[in-house]
Design a protein around this ligand. Sequence first.
Ligand SMILES: *[C@@H]1O[C@H](CO)[C@@H](O)[C@H](O)[C@H]1NC(C)=O
Ligand SMILES: *[C@@H]1O[C@H](CO)[C@@H](O)[C@H](O)[C@H]1NC(C)=O
Ligand SMILES: *[C@@H]1O[C@H](CO)[C@@H](O)[C@H](O)[C@H]1NC(C)=O
Ligand SMILES: *[C@@H]1O[C@H](CO)[C@@H](O)[C@H](O)[C@H]1NC(C)=O
Length: 589
Amino acid sequence: MAQTGEHLLLLCLLLLSSRDGRGQGDEDNEFLHLPWGRPEPRLSVANCPRDCSCSQEGVVDCGGVDLKAFPVDLPEFTNHLSLQNNQIEEIPPEELSRLYKLETLNLQNNRLTSNGLPEDLFEHLENLNYLYLANNKLTLAPKFLPNTLVSADLAANYLTKIYGLTFGQKPELRSVYLHNNKLADAGLPDQMFNGSDNVEILIMSSNFLKYVPKNLPPKLYKLHLKNNRLEKIPKGAFMHLTDLRELYLQNNCLTNEGMDNETFWKLSSLEYLDMSSNNLTHIPSGLPRNIVLLHLEKNAIKTIATDVLTQIRQLEYLLLHNNKLKAKGIHPDAFLGLKKLHTVHMYNNMLERVPSGLPRRVKTLMLLHNQITGIYKNDFATTYYLEELNLSYNKITSSEIHREAFRKLRLLKSLDLSGNNLKTLPWALPKNLEILKLKENEISSIPKGSLTGMAKLKEFYLSNNKLKINSVYTRAWSELSGLQLLDLSGNQLSHIPADLPESLEYLYLQNNKITTVPENSFDATPNIKGIFLRFNALIAGAVKDNAFRKLRKLQVLDIEGNFEFSKKAASSEEAEEDEEEKDEDYQET
Ligand SMILES: *[C@@H]1O[C@H](CO)[C@@H](O)[C@H](O)[C@H]1NC(C)=O
Ligand SMILES: *[C@@H]1O[C@H](CO)[C@@H](O)[C@H](O)[C@H]1NC(C)=O
Ligand SMILES: *[C@@H]1O[C@H](CO)[C@@H](O)[C@H](O)[C@H]1NC(C)=O
Ligand SMILES: *[C@@H]1O[C@H](CO)[C@@H](O)[C@H](O)[C@H]1NC(C)=O
């Protein structure tokens, strides 16, 4: 018989609601698919509590119906019981033990206390696979849970204690969620997973642990211990975890003294290691070879020795931002042979120059917010694959950029030198750039030829510099035949720039000193979509409507904050005429 839409809908709701309230932490535990049958729908089931829905197949849904107490006389054949998002404080043992067929019990987001869960409460539930108790007020974990259990979620309670048979002796157990509790080391039994060798997911983030728990189950592939107080990883704690793929240790108090060169060595499946926000002063040695993503940001790392990274042959992402790295502290061979390493973040360090020996295959290099003063001839001589280079907010001056510094960067698409001390546009910029950011410098000149050949440039940011109309060589803009966005806001322009390329779509000119918009201003840019002229010195009447009328694609014309200056501008008209003449002279030459 065909399944009705209504029944499907109910299943979806059950699935959704049990996912929603799970733990209040930021851990994303995936939902385990429940073994629902494909039952024939019936209209009514005896003993279905008011406000709940029950199916003949044993699915009872009382989620979010404001229950103050555990419902009595539920159908005995109930196998999936949803009681999440209610206000239940306790569970009468006799009511629960009748439901010996229960496979799924969802009680998350109620007001259950440990007093409300008698010790032998779960003893008779010999079919229980899934138990959801997250978001309650439990202070002690249940002393005993059935050995049929597959997944247990006790996140976001006030747990201080776990017992030996809470999670022990459960050969089917696969996932345990304990994040957002108050567990300290003394609250864990000696062998928390004794006889539960198949646990794959263990989430204990946001507790008060000082040590990594001992005797972790051997088949773990996901272990989350972030936001604890970890100081030490006991010897051998990870020795047997050869299936572990994801290890979260961020936001703890780990120091290099709290681990040794064999701590991580045997984690041969480890792909994702996060030790950010700890107290490391150097990169631990003995990291395993299959790590793909290594988070070490927000520590106090000062040095990278020659042999701490080179064995991690699979490394692709290395995140070292917010540390104390100086270029001198990075060994020139530190990245040798890391052929897959394509993304390196070293922003917010103390680099006084570009480190030597950069990984040869790096594509994305983030060096912003350091103390770099110059770019020298060979800084990027071996990084042919670089596509994105961010050097913003350093102390680079125009005279300290070598004329050939960028010569090898044929693949570079995005270069950011904003927030430095540049006075002119750098020479010999990579020709294939698509995005160039030079905001917040002191650029007052764009020398002849410096934009030649940059036909791929799409976005050019020059805001907050010292550009005047005649700081830019004639026909500079029209060389940029692919340019779509030009940001010249916050400069000292007195006119709309001439020779804009036909491809231009957005032109930012706010906060300049532009006084007029002549009728032919945009004749060459029929594709323009946005023109921003806010806060200039435009005088009513000096803006020719016809300048915009022809622009079929124009969507935004922002011209606010201008005409109040009319009076002031009128009084200094003469001075401006002088300036105009000067500009015209320049343009003719
Ligand atoms: C571990 O389980 C075995 C039975 O499988 C038992 O004999 C032993 O005492 C348990 N150890 C601990 C520390 O609970
Ligand atoms: C890191 O170490 C410093 C100095 O030893 C100490 O003052 C600080 O509290 C430590 N921070 C953490 C998060 O352990
Ligand atoms: C760790 O260091 C010790 C002593 O320096 C050395 O004998 C051992 O081989 C090292 N282990 C690894 C995995 O590098
Ligand atoms: C450089 O990094 C800063 C900070 O993350 C970012 O705002 C900026 O857009 C980056 N530059 C480029 C060209 O992506």
